[in-house]
Ligand binder design. Structure first.
Ligand code: ZN
Length: 264
């Protein structure tokens, strides 16, 4: 079938544990798996959810966990959470692929507290030799300030990258891959599409960010795991290389940055 992907894909960022997926999660995952989406990285967003995540399972495919404190949930984070997160990672180190989703979000407020939590998580990642999954929203300049104070040692993923070539290269120089999702299905995303078209293939990993960030044509709907196939198709349309080569490069990139790969 023409719409089938030529190789296995990994969704490097999907909140499959969220309640939005509770009614039909297994079904959705099986449908995505049948179309070639064979692995998922699920980010942590709060301390409690990170703990629960460790018991999360799926009927098919490979599932990997990042643990972290997301800026959206700032009101839920306690000052002691950093220390407890550090301990949780220490105890489960072999099962954790990254620290995150952490970062800075200009729409949330209290940037000072967000910054303390973010830089704290960079230190935790460095201490455990783990990469970071970084959330940003109108905050590239603030993230750069934090990276000056607390330099990430293992790179990571800039989740939902949108920005200029210059910003992209700044992150690449620090060992980060750019997480590319449904944004590139929108006409208006010219800057991000330009980054996808211009940089070498080793710069990217794919993601859905489900249930958030619906693709063009699906606005207002839940973003589902199988949409990674459409993200892949859009990504390929911006590149000159054959699809097989692109899929192989994306798999290599995910392995390089997070150490994860599909088992089947
Ligand atoms: Zn996310």
């Amino acid at each position: 079938m023409a719409s089938r992907t030529p190789e296995s894909l990994i969704d490097s960022h999907c909140h499959l544990d969220f309640d939005e997926f509770a009614p039909d999660r297994d079904e959705l995952v099986q449908r995505a798996f049948a179309q070639g989406v064979k692995g998922w990285v699920i980010p942590g967003v709060t301390l409690q959810q990170s703990k629960e995540l460790l018991a999360f399972t799926l009927p098919v495919g490979d599932v990997f966990f990042a643990l972290g404190l997301h800026p959206y949930f700032l009101a839920q984070h306690q000052d002691t959470d950093l220390q407890l997160l550090d301990q949780l990672i220490e105890m489960n180190h072999a099962r954790i692929v990254a620290v995150g989703e952490c970062g800075l979000d200009s729409s949330v407020g209290d940037i000072d507290r967000q910054t303390r939590l973010f830089e704290g998580q960079i230190h935790i990642a460095n201490h455990h030799q783990l990469p970071l999954i970084v959330h940003h929203r109108q905050s590239h300049h603030l993230i750069a300030q934090s990276f000056k104070k607390a330099k990430p040692k293992q790179g990571g993923i800039i989740h939902a990258f949108s920005g200029s070539l210059q910003q992209a290269n700044y992150y690449r120089d620090l060992g980060f891959k750019l997480g590319i999702g449904g944004t590139i299905t929108y006409e208006r995303a010219q800057k991000t599409k330009n980054v996808v078209a211009e940089l070498p293939l080793d710069a990217f990993v794919l993601e859905t960010d489900g249930p958030s960030m619906p693709l063009n044509g699906y606005q207002g709907k839940r973003n589902e795991p199988e949409q990674l196939v459409r993200v892949f198709e859009s990504f390929c349309s911006l590149r000159a290389e054959p699809k097989m080569d692109i899929a192989a490069a994306l798999a290599r990139n995910t392995f390089e940055v997070l150490g994860v790969e599909i088992s089947s």
